[in-house]
Design a protein around this ligand. Structure first.
Ligand code: ATP
Ligand code: MG
Length: 415
């Protein structure tokens, strides 16, 4: 038997309604907050990701699906959405108006990682990006949208962690101090961190290896090194969250170790996800558009991993579907009338189905049960001739005769 590729998974029909629900909540909220959808390609020139994500990140170092096109150009399946959105915004000149361009996306991302619960090689993200302002209130709006997304899905026990990493200039002095602090401990850090020491020191704070976390427990704190402007910005973001009663914790370890990241960084975690506890993360990236040869443009965004959201959603929290009506038509006269009725029910917005393989009433009712139909509409030759149908409640087995020409109205009234 042919199997799917390792780390990829099918979303089977029994989970589709949960995914539709997650996506509907994402679209609805994004639109309420004034974000418009953008659909970008699932692969781009490798150079876009190499430049915008940065050569010293896990993604670019070891996680990208990169391949050569037939003309020899190097292409990469998108590992995240921000780079493609930024490219599209510049290519289509979306920055001229309105003054803040707010965009969201939904779709699959690809990273070559070690597959485990909550970590796949193809996964889905919902993300937003707001370009054009560094006002701390847009940071508050973006974080609030992420928080509301999870609360609309009734996810429990979440924590919002927040930090400010200042500007690139703010960080220069700090990184110097960090190196001095870490230099005597270098040999006990993990291999990755030893490499990061010279390539991307800040990322050592982010290391998940317990012994590294222990070694770096008392490192100098980044926000002590921020300029006054960056401190004021951070305080304004925190004040905004407090005024909206969004609970947060300041986490000094929360860093995004790339030069173009600045100021606000945040993540939302759940204690119910084991090792993969982060469900959504984001931050300000005021320098990115310039890295892509665009004009200086402040920007902020987040991305949520939808598989992790799905793992947290209990089955019973999925959206309740409208009741299913099963058309049990049989006999030479009854069957064609039932088939027409099936079409009319669907036309009027009622969820309805039948089973063309079942020929007898007994077989039809068995199929209705298999499809978990709430009601069966029984329509044999006798019913057809008298202009009636029998409506059977599949749970209570109670039956009722209803005039054919009143049926749709009755269903709409809620039976
Ligand atoms: P992690 O620390 O879990 O590797 P990350 O920092 O690489 O996360 P981001 O690039 O910030 O993740 O992506 C945002 C979100 O996308 C994550 O919080 C997570 O929910 C989800 N995500 C990232 N990688 C994967 C993956 N391989 N499989 C499933 N979800 C993922
Ligand atoms: Mg990762």
């Amino acid at each position: 038997m042919l199997r799917s590729v390792k780390g990829l998974k099918d979303i089977l029909p029994q989970h589709a309604s949960q995914w539709q629900h997650i996506e509907t909540v994402a679209r609805t909220l994004a639109s309420q907050y004034g974000f418009s959808e953008i659909r970008i390609p699932i692969f781009e020139f490798t150079e876009l990701y190499a430049r915008s994500i940065g050569g010293t990140t896990d993604i670019v170092e070891k996680e990208m699906y990169t391949f050569l096109d037939r003309d020899g150009s190097s292409l990469t399946l998108r590992p995240e959405g921000t780079a493609g959105v930024a490219r599209a915004v510049l290519e289509h000149k979306l920055l001229d108006s309105p003054s803040t361009r707010k965009l969201f996306y939904l779709g699959p991302m690809f990273r070559h990682e070690r597959p485990q619960a909550g970590r796949y090689r193809q996964f889905h993200q919902f993300g937003v990006e707001a370009f054009g302002t560094d006002d701390p209130l847009i940071d508050v709006e973006v974080i609030t949208l992420l928080w509301n997304f999870f609360s609309s899905l009734c996810l429990k026990d979440l924590s919002l962690n927040i930090n400010s990493i200042g500007t690139q200039e703010d960080r220069e002095g700090y990184i110097q101090k960090l190196r001095e602090f870490l230099s005597p401990t270098l040999t006990v850090l993990c291999e990755n961190c030893q490499r990061r020491y010279s390539t991307n020191t800040l990322r050592i704070l982010d290391c998940k290896v317990p012994s590294c976390q222990e070694t770096t427990q008392d490192v100098p704190v980044l926000i002590d090194y921020l300029s006054d402007t960056s401190k004021i910005h951070f305080e304004a973001v925190l004040d905004g969250l407090t005024s909206l009663q969004i609970p947060y914790s300041i986490n000094h370890r929360l860093v995004r170790g790339l030069d173009y990241y600045s100021r606000t960084t945040f993540e939302i975690t759940s204690p119910h996800l084991g090792a993969q506890s982060t469900i959504g993360a984001g931050g300000r990236y005021d320098g990115l558009l310039q890295v892509l040869h665009g004009p200086p443009t402040p920007a902020i965004g987040f991305a949520v991993g939808l598989e992790r959201v799905s793992l947290l959603l209990a089955e019973d929290q999925t959206q309740k579907k409208s009741p299913l009506f099963f058309l049990a038509g049989f006999g030479d006269i009854g069957k064609p009338i039932a088939f027409k009725l099936l079409y009319e029910l669907r036309q009027s917005g009622i969820r309805a189905d039948t089973d063309h393989k079942a020929r007898t009433l007994k077989a039809l009712l068995r199929s209705a049960d298999k499809l978990s139909a709430e009601y069966s509409i029984i329509l044999g030759d006798d019913e057809a001739q008298s202009g009636n149908v029998i409506m059977r409640n599949m749970h209570t087995k109670a039956q009722e005769i209803v005039a054919l020409n009143e049926l749709i109205q009755r269903i709409h009234k809620g039976c």
